[in-house]
Design a binder for this molecule. Structure first.
Ligand code: T46
Length: 153
């Protein structure tokens, strides 16, 4: 059926957002006064999932990178609780780089996104809120296997 000149038919399904389009930076509340600042994250208000696990990366040596994997069913929010770092996300075809440098912003990292973290500043802390408990079986750690899973091989 031609769409020429016409609008999308009623009830037509929107194409699913690609993995990289689902990744986005959110602004978190920040309460500041003379004593400093406080930010917070509420599950299913600021982020679209329940939080089952919290972990954090710290003491990353200069020039070191982390990540190099994807998750089958894990969604996460990454926050630069201190310092800064970059997160490079890939869907097997394209990449997007996000720079995190403020505790009042968080990067929503969807499942099935290959992630590399790099350019950690001295003293950086990467705080991660995760939708699932730790499960090594949820990881793609082999890039070729990941490419096959997303149909890029
Ligand atoms: C991710 C990035 C941002 C656990 O025992 N429990 C945990 O909750 C986690 C996250 C890891 N581990 C173990 C597994 C390894 O033996 O800790 C060790 C280091 O984990 P990994 O090499 O996966 O660390 P990163 O920094 O490369 O990746 C981690 C997360 O695994 C990953 O989900 O998105 O941080």
């Amino acid at each position: 059926m031609s769409r020429a000149g016409g609008s999308r038919p009623v009830n037509a399904k929107q194409p699913p957002k690609s993995t990289l389009d689902q990744a986005h930076v959110i602004s978190l509340p920040r309460k500041s006064d003379a004593r400093g600042s406080l930010s917070f994250v509420e599950a299913q208000r600021h982020i679209p999932f329940q939080i089952k696990r919290v972990y954090y990366l710290y003491g990353v040596p200069a020039g070191e990178s982390r990540g190099g994997h994807a998750h089958r069913e894990l969604d996460q929010l990454m926050i630069a609780a201190a310092g800064s770092f970059d997160v490079v996300l890939g869907d097997g075809r394209n990449q997007r780089r996000f720079s995190l440098d403020s505790p009042d912003r968080g990067l929503v990292v969807p499942r099935m996104a290959w992630r590399e973290m790099e350019n950690f500043s001295a003293g950086a802390v990467c705080l991660v809120l995760a939708s699932e408990y730790y499960d090594e079986g949820d990881y793609y750690r082999d890039y070729e296997e990941f490419l096959r899973a997303v149909g890029a091989r």
